[in-house]
Design a protein around this ligand. Sequence first.
Ligand code: HEM
Length: 430
Amino acid sequence: MRKSMFIGRVRQVWLWFTLGFGSKLALQNSSDFADRPIKESAYELLFHRAMGFAPYGDYWRSLRRISATHLFSPKRVAGFGVFRETIGLKMVGQVVSTMEQNGVVEVKKILHFGSLNNVMMSVFGRLYDFGENGGEGCELEELVSEGYELLGIFNWSDHFPVVSWFDLQGVRKRCRKLVSKVNVFVGEIIMQHREKRGSGAASSVYDADFVDVLLDLESENKFSDGDMIAVLWEMIFRGTDTVTILLEWILARMVLHPDIQAKAQSEIDRVTGGRPVTDSDLDSLPYVQAIVKETLRMHLPGPLLSWARLATEDTVVGPHVVPAGTTAIVNMWAITHDERVWSEPNRFNPDRFLTEDVAIMGSDLRLAPFGAGRRVCPGKALGITTVHLWLAQMLQKFKWVEAGSVDLSECLKLSLEMKKPLVCRAVCRA
Ligand code: HEM
């Protein structure tokens, strides 16, 4: 079945499940679909100069290459393990103190700060303080939250040019205000790096972090200051909420399924023998990994593969001709909930991944939470390693129990979030 319709001037096509897997993979992998339609908010927020919305071409290719080498390489992701562990332990401490103060914990805020710090460390080579009295970290968190909200808004201006003149929803105005703040914030960090490089001192715990890499390219006239700000801002932005939202869903599931939680905890205890869990334990925790996969299946952060793809040329997908300029969206949520693909799709059952090894990095479209093909998420290894480690740390330290009921209602913004934030109790395990 193919559904197609016009919204304003944009032709949208949903390629549903009855297109065979081969066709859907062709869609994801084909260079004919390697472009992205750009929303007004993404444009206003500078993202056309960042990787995610950059048109398919040399500029986008060089961004992918640079980040694959200097930000997301296995060596670099592994090298940051010690910081992930430290940030995870800090979050554990925050859960303890919140429980002492309130008797319950709303996990999302804690996860958001942790996640933001994790990205800041990977990209800028420094950690931020998110004290209760505000400060730089809190300012950054507000910028990210505002950007996330703006990108998630259904903006009529994207579909009706006439409406766009009036900016009826005020999206453009808010974007411009935000961009001027981001320019100051990120611009300051770039300036600090320049000064340190000038003085010969290392600008971060790493001799050359991602900002330094971009500065080297700038000196070769490959990037302007504006480009750098866009690229850095996008990394902060993308790496933060995806991880936060996924972990909140997982913890909600742990609260709802104490038997599954207990099984994961005994796996962690058996592997660690009581010492703190580390990155190097993760390969020995298949059940913890299965929980993450099952949550990705049931509560996919990007249910429509997060972002649409744009056909650059007339192309054929399965039996259909898709004209150039068509926005294509694969409905991954429908696939991960289809009983022809998954037995008992509405039952939360991590064990299914113990009996069958399903790859989640983009080669198996039954479950492709990071997308697939040329535009597949470049931060997937960093994202999934972070989620595995922090989940293991949270389960090792606490038993997660209900405080009132857990509401699994969904809310689709830029990602698929919990409509009502998870509030629960975290009881310290002996
Ligand atoms: C659990 C964590 C994450 C999930 C579920 C996720 C999911 C996704 C998805 C579905 C896409 C679109 C792929 C497509 O069109 O086929 C994407 C793209 C992208 N992601 Fe992630 N992501 C995660 C973590 C991260 C992290 C940690 C970073 C960086 C710090 C990141 C940076 C990006 C970028 C830059 C793109 C755009 C790639 C392009 O268009 O070339 N993501 N992600």
